[in-house]
Design a protein around this ligand. Structure first.
Ligand SMILES: [Zn+2]
Length: 85
């Protein structure tokens, strides 16, 4: 066996023992790195779902603003048009 055959953690490059190895996709991590990576991924997933909620809220606000703008400008337009002619 050569040194190259020794599997290392994709995060901290520590040599992995059989009882301290977690495979994730095509990479292998030590247990402590896997735990922190997993926590990071969960935070990213939470942030993404929060962003989706934020985008939906922003779209709703823009649409609501347009409706209010139309409601405010339409009567004014009807009022000013006859006066202008
Ligand atoms: Zn590691």
């Amino acid at each position: 066996m050569t040194d190259a055959a020794k599997e290392t953690c994709a995060q901290c490059s520590r040599e992995l023992e059989a009882d301290d190895r977690v495979a994730a996709g095509d990479r292998a991590f030590c247990r402590s790195c896997y735990r922190s990576l997993r926590a990071e991924l969960e935070q990213v997933a939470e942030a993404q779902s929060a962003n989706i909620n934020y985008v939906n809220a922003a779209i709703g606000a823009v649409l609501g603003g347009l409706v209010i703008a139309l409601a405010l400008t339409l009567p004014l337009g009807l009022e000013t048009h006859p006066r202008a002619s």
